[in-house]
Design a protein around this ligand. Sequence first.
Ligand SMILES: [Zn+2]
Length: 144
Amino acid sequence: MSHRGICLQSVPFERFAFRFTPEVVRILIPNDLVGVYLLFDQGEAVYVGRSDNCLRTRLANHPFVGQASYFTYEICHSRLRAFYLEAYWFHRLQEFAPQRLLNSIHPAKPANCSQTCPFCNSKNSKALKVAFSTLGILDKPFNF
Ligand SMILES: [Zn+2]
Protein backbone atom coordinates (compact mmCIF):
# COMPACT_ATOMS: atom_id res chain seq x y z
CA MET A 1 0.00 0.00 0.00
CA SER A 2 1.44 3.31 -0.96
CA HIS A 3 0.94 6.45 1.01
CA ARG A 4 0.54 9.72 -0.78
CA GLY A 5 1.05 12.33 1.86
CA ILE A 6 0.52 16.02 1.61
CA CYS A 7 3.60 17.98 2.53
CA LEU A 8 2.67 21.62 2.82
CA GLN A 9 6.32 22.58 3.22
CA SER A 10 6.88 21.95 -0.47
CA VAL A 11 3.95 24.17 -1.46
CA PRO A 12 4.66 27.89 -1.66
CA PHE A 13 2.83 29.51 1.22
CA GLU A 14 0.93 31.93 -1.02
CA ARG A 15 -0.61 28.97 -2.89
CA PHE A 16 -2.83 27.93 0.00
CA ALA A 17 -3.02 30.93 2.32
CA PHE A 18 -4.08 34.55 1.91
CA ARG A 19 -3.05 37.79 3.59
CA PHE A 20 -5.17 38.15 6.69
CA THR A 21 -6.88 41.50 6.31
CA PRO A 22 -10.61 42.28 6.49
CA GLU A 23 -10.47 43.48 2.87
CA VAL A 24 -9.08 40.19 1.56
CA VAL A 25 -11.58 38.22 3.65
CA ARG A 26 -14.48 40.23 2.21
CA ILE A 27 -13.21 39.75 -1.35
CA LEU A 28 -12.80 35.98 -1.04
CA ILE A 29 -15.63 34.74 1.16
CA PRO A 30 -19.34 35.25 0.43
CA ASN A 31 -21.80 36.02 3.24
CA ASP A 32 -23.66 33.48 5.35
CA LEU A 33 -21.51 30.41 4.81
CA VAL A 34 -20.45 27.86 7.42
CA GLY A 35 -16.73 27.23 7.43
CA VAL A 36 -13.44 26.56 9.17
CA TYR A 37 -10.28 28.65 9.09
CA LEU A 38 -6.65 28.47 10.08
CA LEU A 39 -4.63 31.55 11.01
CA PHE A 40 -0.89 31.69 10.45
CA ASP A 41 1.87 33.75 11.97
CA GLN A 42 5.37 33.69 10.52
CA GLY A 43 4.46 30.69 8.38
CA GLU A 44 3.08 28.54 11.19
CA ALA A 45 -0.54 27.72 12.01
CA VAL A 46 -1.38 29.37 15.31
CA TYR A 47 -5.17 29.27 15.56
CA VAL A 48 -8.08 27.22 14.24
CA GLY A 49 -11.68 28.37 14.33
CA ARG A 50 -15.02 28.14 12.62
CA SER A 51 -18.25 29.96 12.10
CA ASP A 52 -21.60 28.20 12.14
CA ASN A 53 -23.33 31.26 10.69
CA CYS A 54 -21.09 33.56 8.63
CA LEU A 55 -17.41 32.75 8.11
CA ARG A 56 -16.87 36.08 6.35
CA THR A 57 -18.13 38.14 9.31
CA ARG A 58 -16.20 36.04 11.82
CA LEU A 59 -12.89 36.42 9.97
CA ALA A 60 -13.30 40.07 8.98
CA ASN A 61 -13.87 40.99 12.63
CA HIS A 62 -11.49 38.48 14.18
CA PRO A 63 -9.53 39.59 17.27
CA PHE A 64 -6.30 38.31 15.66
CA VAL A 65 -6.55 40.61 12.62
CA GLY A 66 -3.22 42.44 12.71
CA GLN A 67 -1.61 39.65 14.73
CA ALA A 68 -1.90 36.70 12.36
CA SER A 69 -0.46 37.39 8.92
CA TYR A 70 -2.18 34.77 6.72
CA PHE A 71 -5.32 32.65 6.71
CA THR A 72 -6.82 29.78 4.83
CA TYR A 73 -10.35 28.43 5.01
CA GLU A 74 -12.76 25.77 3.90
CA ILE A 75 -16.47 26.20 3.33
CA CYS A 76 -18.48 23.36 4.89
CA HIS A 77 -21.93 22.10 3.97
CA SER A 78 -22.98 21.44 7.55
CA ARG A 79 -22.19 22.67 11.04
CA LEU A 80 -21.32 19.13 12.09
CA ARG A 81 -18.76 18.79 9.31
CA ALA A 82 -17.30 22.17 10.27
CA PHE A 83 -17.07 21.04 13.90
CA TYR A 84 -15.30 17.81 12.90
CA LEU A 85 -12.85 19.66 10.66
CA GLU A 86 -12.12 22.27 13.31
CA ALA A 87 -11.67 19.56 15.95
CA TYR A 88 -9.38 17.60 13.63
CA TRP A 89 -7.12 20.61 13.10
CA PHE A 90 -7.23 21.49 16.78
CA HIS A 91 -5.97 18.03 17.74
CA ARG A 92 -3.35 18.04 14.96
CA LEU A 93 -1.96 21.39 16.05
CA GLN A 94 -2.13 20.45 19.71
CA GLU A 95 -0.18 17.29 18.95
CA PHE A 96 2.47 18.68 16.62
CA ALA A 97 2.75 22.41 17.36
CA PRO A 98 1.38 23.02 20.87
CA GLN A 99 3.86 25.79 21.62
CA ARG A 100 2.39 28.04 18.89
CA LEU A 101 -1.28 27.18 19.31
CA LEU A 102 -3.32 30.13 20.56
CA ASN A 103 -6.52 28.13 21.07
CA SER A 104 -6.91 27.72 24.80
CA ILE A 105 -9.93 25.42 24.80
CA HIS A 106 -11.29 22.56 22.71
CA PRO A 107 -13.70 23.59 19.92
CA ALA A 108 -17.29 23.77 21.09
CA LYS A 109 -19.98 21.62 19.52
CA PRO A 110 -22.55 23.36 17.33
CA ALA A 111 -25.76 24.39 19.06
CA ASN A 112 -28.26 21.55 19.46
CA CYS A 113 -25.64 18.96 18.43
CA SER A 114 -25.39 15.71 20.33
CA GLN A 115 -22.27 14.45 18.54
CA THR A 116 -18.95 14.46 20.37
CA CYS A 117 -15.48 15.03 19.00
CA PRO A 118 -14.25 11.81 17.35
CA PHE A 119 -10.63 12.83 17.86
CA CYS A 120 -10.84 12.97 21.66
CA ASN A 121 -11.19 9.19 21.74
CA SER A 122 -7.73 7.74 21.10
CA LYS A 123 -9.13 4.58 19.47
CA ASN A 124 -11.20 6.63 17.03
CA SER A 125 -8.27 8.92 16.44
CA LYS A 126 -5.95 6.04 15.47
CA ALA A 127 -8.58 4.58 13.15
CA LEU A 128 -9.13 7.95 11.50
CA LYS A 129 -5.38 8.42 11.00
CA VAL A 130 -5.21 5.05 9.23
CA ALA A 131 -8.21 5.96 7.08
CA PHE A 132 -6.77 9.38 6.21
CA SER A 133 -3.40 7.83 5.37
CA THR A 134 -5.06 5.30 3.09
CA LEU A 135 -6.85 8.11 1.31
CA GLY A 136 -3.58 10.00 0.92
CA ILE A 137 -4.70 12.82 3.17
CA LEU A 138 -2.08 12.10 5.81
CA ASP A 139 1.26 10.45 5.61
CA LYS A 140 3.30 11.89 8.38
CA PRO A 141 3.22 14.88 10.68
CA PHE A 142 3.83 18.03 8.73
CA ASN A 143 4.79 21.55 9.61
CA PHE A 144 3.55 24.73 8.07
ZN1 LIG B 1 -11.53 16.46 20.55
